[in-house]
Design a protein around this ligand. Sequence first.
Ligand SMILES: [Zn+2]
Length: 315
Amino acid sequence: MKDMKEKINALTKQILSRFEGYDIDPSEISKRLKLLIYEFKVPEDEAVRTVINYLIKQYDISREEIFAPESPIKNIADLKKSGEWVSLKAKVVQLWDSDSPNVSQVGLLGDSTGLIKFVIWRKSNKPNVEEGRSYIFKNVVTDSFRDRMQVNINRNSEIIEIDEDIELPPREMEIVGVLVAIQQNSGYIKRCKTCGRVLKKGICTVHGKVEGYDDLRIKGVIDNGVSYYEIILNEENIKKLTGIGVEEAKKIVEESLEREAVLSELSSKLLGRYFRLVGSRGNRYFIVREVEFLSVDVKEEAEKILSMIEDIEVE
Ligand SMILES: [Zn+2]
């Protein structure tokens, strides 16, 4: 009887320590623990987990606050070294079959920055994760296998399901459309040497008046007939499309004595043209990875449309 009381007290203290700063009645915890362990014969650690879950719900506390990981939560894209202890907030994107008896589960985890392979070792004795669900993977170790990063879930790790749908990296997509507008601050621009921001009249909004360096960019709008996409073409994209890079832009300015001449030259080469762009959709801008001119055969397009009209008339 004395043992039982001591055990319940110790477990109650252990649970209370997780809820520092919350006004929780210890007797409420003890009562539940007693019931679970001695009445319902639930294993101790499961009883602790059940009570914690109950309190989280009851007091409307965020799970992450209670299960604050000791290893910092990192973005998947930032995992580059082996042997690092980290925590991940990620979604199980895919589970694979494993032919190793030492592996309990293997698959892919994802967060908004990327995807990574994960391995849950059988020895870690962890409950199974499910595809499409999000978890905090606390205290996992990075590893690299055949030059690819992965994370290993071992005995010291913890897997906590969270009630949140983790967003995955934007999928790459292709758009085909016309460049219908070129926005302000496009063309032959100057950027701050420290932060890369575009200077306005030689002034960086963060670093004030700075010298800056030359760059080329086009902020534009692509219309694909269904919606509009704001895009940014960098110097490399622009040079590939027009043959005008920073060096060529400099020459144009030297000849015309006008910085603006570069933008008019670029506009005449790019505006109203069809493009095929491959990239991903960010918050505001479509992030261009590849861009090329698309030659639309006007005669062929017209014939296509005509034949469509004829088909309609036949019906
Ligand atoms: Zn700056």
